[in-house]
Design a protein around this ligand. Structure first.
Ligand code: GDD
Ligand code: MG
Length: 397
């Protein structure tokens, strides 16, 4: 892959937020290119060999809930062979057992492709046992099962990836219509992660565009309704400390993102659809230098790098209803509002915006999300004893 170098970066304590990088060539060649020996080039060439080295240690977690099986199969087709797909499903099992259909679809696909995979249901007792035995009961609800929600599925996916010995995790939604864009996202993950010389790094995808039908033609929208708002407030969040206005954050809600396992295990998470915005808030809270804790010291010393990379493919996924979008705005802004770093001025701005949009009534306040502590608290050795991966796919065969 050939990637533009980030033009500028914003520092917040030990965290370096890099500005968006463009993809120049999706396939930049397998071996090193002499042309890149000159230190003044502005494009980074990441050889195929390097991408492969990361991808063989990369699990792609696919959270899914009642998505079309055809789309799920397309997503699998887009994932490079040497990555491990982990499908974390919260689909209904009654009256029709959709999860069983998903298992059949995935198993059939992977049998033909001779591909390793892992699949688990979010509400299964086996998954709950992993969290329970590992001493990470905060992921469980009052029925003793993993809580509902996308973030909860993602956290469970990280646990499984770590149990499978993976060094990186990436997330791709199951409702993507273009397998080619999934392939590009994964390549961007490996290219992005390869740039870091710290073990703590994250890559977030900025979609090139999201096509929509507009009259007789297509309109390629650049910004989603949710990300437009969360990016603006995340940038305000940074500026309130640096004193300089910035627009560095452009991926506030990036569902498609990847992390090094070291960072994924260090971070705290928040529930549902607030998780992606909370990544930024948590990085600033934990490694921004405002509050310093002993657990954060290794990452603070080595630095935490965040890369934002713009894809070339448009992003086309299943359209969800309007209430869903409002809910996502509410959840995204509430993690900012409830952060210990949020100033009174910014809180007032958030309240004003949410009331203006009709998301909150006059005397209402954003709901505090449920938070999950760092996965470092989970005892993976104990969790390992609580499951048999061979019952959930062929990854351990
Ligand atoms: N395991 C699991 N559990 N998966 C879920 C759940 C759940 O409770 N709820 C939703 N999902 C899955 C969906 O099936 C889909 O594959 C993915 O999570 C994203 O959900 P969507 O409902 O399609 O969300 P969206 O398209 O509106 O928003 C996506 O893009 C945003 C912007 O990039 C999500 O990825 C957001 O998190 C993201 O901020
Ligand atoms: Mg979607």
């Amino acid at each position: 892959m050939r990637l533009e170098l980030p033009k500028y970066s914003e520092r917040f304590g030990a965290v370096l937020f890099h500005d968006v990088q463009k993809v120049y060539e999706l396939d930049g060649g397998f071996q090193a290119d002499e042309a890149f020996s000159n230190p003044f080039h502005v494009i980074r060439h990441i050889e195929g060999e390097k991408l492969y080295d990361i991808e063989k240690d990369l699990a792609i977690i696919i959270p899914t809930r009642n998505e079309r099986l055809r789309l799920l199969e397309g997503v699998l087709a887009g994932i490079p062979h040497h990555c491990l797909p982990i499908i974390l499903s919260n689909s209904y099992t009654d009256p029709i057992d959709r999860f069983r259909l998903e298992c059949q679809t995935v198993d059939n696909f992977c049998r033909y492709a001779k591909k390793k995979y892992l699949i688990m249901h979010q509400r299964s007792s086996e998954l709950a046992r992993l969290a329970q035995e590992g001493g990470y009961a905060s992921l469980l609800d009052d029925k003793g099962l993993v809580r509902n929600g996308k973030a909860e599925g993602m956290i469970a996916g990280i646990i499984l990836a770590r149990l499978m010995g993976k060094k990186y995790v990436g997330f791709v939604d199951a409702d993507n219509y273009f397998p080619g864009s999934v392939f590009e996202y994964v390549r961007i993950f490996s290219a992005g992660l390869s740039q870091s010389d710290s073990p703590y790094s994250m890559v977030r995808i900025q979609w090139h565009s999201k096509p929509k039908i507009d009259g007789d033609g297509l309109f390629f929208a650049k910004w989603g309704r949710v990300s437009r708002i969360s990016n603006a407030f995340l940038n305000r969040f940074i500026s309130q400390y640096t004193g300089f206005e910035t627009d560095v954050i452009k991926t506030g809600n990036a569902g498609e993102h990847a992390l090094s396992m070291d960072l994924a295990l260090q971070m705290d998470y928040s529930a549902g659809f607030s998780i992606e915005t909370h990544h930024f808030v948590n990085l600033m809270e934990s490694y921004g230098g405002v509050h310093v804790t002993p657990e954060a010291l290794p990452a603070m010393q080595q630095g935490v790098y965040l890369y934002q990379i713009e894809s070339r493919n448009p992003h086309l996924h299943d359209a969800k209803e309007d209430g869903h979008v409002e809910g996502m705005i509410h959840q995204s802004l509430s993690v900012l509002f409830h952060s210990s770093l949020c100033t009174e001025v910014l809180k007032t701005e958030i309240l004003t915006e949410m009331r203006r949009m009709g998301i909150l009534k006059k005397n209402e306040y954003p709901q505090k999300p449920h938070y999950y502590p760092s996965l470092q608290q989970l005892d993976f050795e104990q969790a390992e004893k609580a499951w048999d991966p061979q019952k959930h796919g062929n990854a351990a065969l």
